[in-house]
Design a protein around this ligand. Structure first.
Ligand code: CA
Length: 401
């Protein structure tokens, strides 16, 4: 089923404009000799400020606002904020917008970090991805034996929970697009991913139409967590929760695996599931356009404080199967920008806990670095498109713009 978010009709005046330039936050503590303790110090200060009632940096519209990968990386290793790197321009404007080049300039490109993409599969042969695909080192190719004893036979590069086999190729395009935003190679062609030296672990949990079951997604979260991923990108969601899904998310968090979840494309005042669980663990991601304006379609953060941030999600250029490229739109496209930024952080400091990653991402996001903005009430949700199925990827918008 194809949905068309262009049917939504919020006026600009109902959206929260975000025109100000990014302000690099100052570390509020003197630098410690230990990287981790520096992070702890900052987080303690953050908690104290919240206890004293200053939670104004959370906005019911866009949560903590646009992420800043450069600032997040510097905070991850207890450094003062890096000078901002020049933009790289072109189709990589999304990387510029979240300040990824500043992390790259300091040597952090996602190296050593595995990002699981729970989606429609990945074209692991794509010229702009093939060098950045995770490979299971403990599995012997094609011998029909579960060499590593993880319960999956010949899972050399991930697993297909739709068909219960090791074929993780993408029969839709969505998962390949998401993967390019995270780990597209820095090779002068196509797209450069936010964490262009990270590795994608393809975990196919959605079929060729973008539909999937809770069971597959729960199994996928557990597979990714147990097999080396530090980040799980979930550009998918639906209208109802699931105790099993929530438990799987908590399991991932308990292993310091952070799950990054699309807020959904319904223009609603709160995220869909599983992003709504980001009050507890993981991160929810809404979409802004090239001008850092909240998109009409993006589900908002809501009045309950959750770890919700924004990233570019309109007209995003990335990889699609068979060595092709395309522009997609949706919170599905915003989510991998955040997953990539976290890969940059973890390549700088792999010892960060799930909780620390969440705190640093929101602490360095745009709304946390400037005076509080008025919450603007949303109009009643038009709900032009009910949730047709339990779970679907959020690319379901016009791709022709
Ligand atoms: Ca195996």
């Amino acid at each position: 089923m194809k949905l068309d978010v262009t049917a939504t009709s919020f006026s600009d005046s109902q959206l929260n404009m975000q025109d100000e330039k990014l302000v690099i936050p100052q570390l509020q503590t003197s630098l410690e000799t230990s990287v981790i303790s520096a992070v702890h110090s900052y987080l303690i200060l953050e908690e104290e400020s919240q206890e004293s009632g200053t939670t104004n940096n959370y906005n019911t519209n866009n949560g903590y606002g646009l992420i800043n990968a450069g600032s997040a990386v510097s905070m991850a290793i207890g450094q003062t904020p890096y000078p901002k790197a020049p933009p790289i321009g072109g189709n990589n404007w999304g990387a510029d917008m979240i300040n990824a080049p500043t992390a790259w300039q300091n040597g952090y490109t996602g190296q050593g970090i595995i990002v699981a993409v729970l989606d429609t599969g990945v074209d692991y042969n794509h010229q702009d991805l093939n060098d950045n695909i995770w490979f299971n080192p403990k599995e012997i190719v094609g011998n029909g034996i579960d060499d590593d004893g993880n319960g999956y036979i010949d899972d050399i590069r991930g697993w297909n929970f739709q068909s219960n086999n090791n074929n993780v190729l993408d029969d839709n395009g969505h998962g390949t697009h998401v993967s390019g935003t995270i780990a597209g190679e820095n090779n002068a062609i196509g797209v450069t991913g936010i964490a262009y030296n990270s590795r994608i672990m393809p975990v196919k949990v959605l079929d060729e139409k973008g539909s999937g079951s809770y069971t597959s997604i729960i199994q996928g979260i557990r597979y990714a967590t147990d097999n080396g991923a530090r980040i799980i990108n979930m550009s998918l969601g639906g209208g109802s929760g699931s105790d099993g899904l929530k438990s799987a998310l908590e399991y991932a968090a308990s292993k310091n695996v952070i799950v990054v979840m699309a807020a959904g494309n319904d223009g609603n005042s709160i995220p869909s599931y599983p992003a709504r669980y980001a009050y507890n663990s993981g991160l929810a991601v809404g979409a802004v356009d090239i001008n850092n304006k909240t998109t009409n379609f993006s589900n908002r953060s809501g009045s309950q404080e959750i770890k919700y941030v924004t990233a570019p999600g309109e007209d995003i250029y990335s990889t699609v199967p068979n060595n092709k490229y395309a522009n997609y739109t949706g919170t599905s496209m915003a989510t991998p920008h955040v997953a990539g930024a976290i890969a940059l952080m973890l390549s700088a400091n792999p010892n960060l806990t799930e909780s620390q990653v969440r705190e640093i991402i929101v602490s360095t996001a745009e709304n946390s670095t400037k005076p509080p903005q008025p919450n603007q009430p949303l109009p009643p949700s038009p709900s032009p498109f009910p949730f047709p199925i339990n779970l679907f990827p959020f690319d379901l918008v016009s791709q022709s713009r």
